[in-house]
Design a protein around this ligand. Structure first.
Ligand code: GLC
Length: 558
């Protein structure tokens, strides 16, 4: 072990992400809620996870499913009350599960009192909480595109000025250069910490510091607007260090920054081992490998060689300097199984276990996105009426209206890459609505819930769920999984992902087959007399040459 690799509880933990709207509905309104989560805490305990990351449950008009917050210190009515929240938190703590809250402070809702005030007049005390600018030649103040299509500026007649929204017009960006904004955000964070929560997942935190003068962004060929240069801005580290001094350092927290556009060099600052900023970051390089000319709207697949290259780069370059978060899916990504593997019925179970093995054996803190532990798959959306996500709906409109992509292709791409794939309700059992709700679910259920559901998997020793349980438990038994050094083998193979982990005398060999063909591999000398730590096949002993089944995964201990 590298001597500078300090032990921390959050390095040894496995995190489970709950997207509350789609987790469990207790009152039949078709929307998941806090009481629903409470009713499933024993399920989480059974799985063995250590931490829950809860996507936003704050009061919100739900333009972006809770990522547009109108009151940071109140619970969304559809989800329950603050008493329900307190009961949920206590229920988690009783079971030894920690709670990490989503912190969405790059922007608020336009219905947040700060913005309601801000938009009233040019000299309102809250005016500088947001970015207000004059138009330029009858147009927007600059050429920035919103991440959700169209311009990032909205004209407001009240004061004849534009305000900035990097996401939807109902998500105006907060001006972090204003010390009062930082003071109010920090005091809200302290309030939650005093309640006893255990950390924050910080939404698009790499975007909070905008370049001075808000200069035009680069316009890519065919694009109507320019790409704003807003990640890793000039003061982002300064503001996070201030946040650390004012809030984070006073508690024993786990913090993870959602850092789109983060480079290795930047990640080493955000998540540096001295703890001056955050515990770890989410990087997005591996989930951008299948992007095409129009970003995510494509049918490209990830090439395993590229995937290995990116993952290995993050593994080796952060080692000893900063800490990785390990994820293949979340509420913004399609289902990992459909995207990186195969959801064909004959391979689904093997493949879900293989992907889990490949990820969980790396160095970093693994994240399980709800349903991943069941091997849930992308959902077929037959028409646009079934799509709920603002990003997909806006992109469909823009791409088809400009004639960039045909409606047929766009729907196909939404099926492959749209965020709703991960947002269909949790599949609890084979009964009506998969046991998620007694009412009408807010979004389509994946029709495969009769075959793929928690009840069936809990009862089956060979299920994806049972495998996850073993994998998660293994981390607490083998320190090498947490702290060992990583080394990639066979970088040129387009079908096998092979790597080792080493910690002093202990050494693991991880072999994962990413193909639906049989594939043979000759073991390195030192592992030939090793033993099998975990695997998704029926294999019992180690041989010199191993012929792997389609999507087989194997971990051998020296
Ligand atoms: C993050 C969230 C995503 C949301 C966006 C704007 O990327 O994960 O769901 O739409 O920020 O808040």
């Amino acid at each position: 072990m590298k001597t500078d690799m300090e032990r921390k509880w959050w390095k040894e933990a496995v995190v489970y992400q709950i997207y509350p709207r789609s987790f469990m509905d207790s009152d039949g309104d078709g929307v998941g809620d806090l009481k629903g989560i409470i009713s499933k805490l024993d399920y989480l305990k059974e799985l063995g996870i250590d931490v829950v990351w809860l996507s936003p449950v704050y009061q919100s008009p739900n333009d972006d499913n809770g990522y547009d917050i109108s009151d940071y210190q109140a619970i969304m009515e559809e989800f329950g009350t603050m008493e329900d929240f307190d009961r949920m938190l206590a229920g988690m703590h009783e079971r030894g599960i920690k709670l990490v809250m989503d912190l969405v402070v790059n922007h608020t809702s336009d219905e947040h009192p700060w913005f309601v005030e801000s938009r009233k007049s040019r000299d309102n005390p809250y005016r500088d909480y947001y970015f207000w600018r004059e138009g330029k030649d009858g147009r927007e103040p600059n050429n920035w595109a919103s991440c959700f299509s169209g311009s990032a500026w909205k004209y407001d007649r009240e004061t004849d000025m534009y305000y900035l929204h990097l996401f939807s017009p109902k998500q105006p960006d907060l001006n972090w250069d204003n010390p009062k904004v930082r003071r109010d955000v920090f005091s809200m964070m302290n309030w939650w910490c005093e309640k006893g929560i255990d950390g924050f997942r910080m939404d698009v935190i790499s975007m909070i510091s905008k370049e001075e003068g808000l200069p035009d962004g680069k316009v890519f060929p065919g694009a109507r607007y320019g790409w704003p240069n807003v990640v890793n801005g000039p003061h982002v580290h300064e503001y996070l260090q201030e946040m650390n001094r004012e809030v984070l350092s006073h508690y024993d927290l786990m913090t993870v920054g959602e850092c789109s556009g983060v480079t290795i060099e930047e990640a080493k600052k955000y998540a540096r081992a001295d703890g001056r900023e955050l515990s770890m970051v989410f990087q997005f390089e591996h989930v951008g490998l299948d992007d095409g000319k129009y970003g995510k709207w494509t049918d490209r697949r990830v090439d395993l060689r590229d995937f290995k290259k990116v993952m290995s780069k993050w593994q080796t370059e952060l080692s000893g300097k900063a800490w990785n978060s390990l994820f293949l899916g979340n509420h913004d990504q399609p289902r990992s199984l459909s995207r990186f593997g195969s959801d064909a019925p004959e391979y689904r179970v093997m493949c879900a276990k293989m992907l889990a093995t490949c990820l969980h054996m790396m160095q970093g803190t693994p994240y399980v996105y709800q349903g991943e532990e069941l091997g849930m798959t992308n959902c077929p959306f037959d028409s646009l009426d079934e799509v709920r996500d603002i990003e997909s709906l806006n992109a469909f409109k823009e791409m088809t209206e400009t004639g960039t992509i045909t409606p047929e292709d766009m729907l196909r791409y939404i099926n492959l890459r749209g965020r709703d794939n991960a947002r269909t309700p949790m599949q609890w059992d084979g009964s009506e609505n998969a046991g998620f709700t007694k009412g009408t679910p807010w979004i389509k259920l994946n029709p495969n819930y009769k075959e793929i559901n928690a009840a069936a998997e809990l009862a089956d020793q060979d299920s994806v769920f049972s495998y996850y349980k073993k994998l998660i438990a293994l981390r607490t038994q083998e320190t090498v999984i947490v702290y060992g050094d990583y080394q990639l083998l066979e970088p040129e193979s387009g079908s096998l992902y092979v790597y080792t982990r080493a910690l002093k005398e202990e050494k693991l060999l991880v072999i994962c087959s990413f193909t639906n063909q049989e594939e043979c591999y000759e073991l390195p000398e030192e592992f030939r007399s090793g033993s099998i730590l975990i695997g998704n096949g029926k294999r019992e002993k180690v041989e010199e040459k191993i012929c792997l089944l389609p999507y087989e995964a194997l971990v051998i201990k020296k």
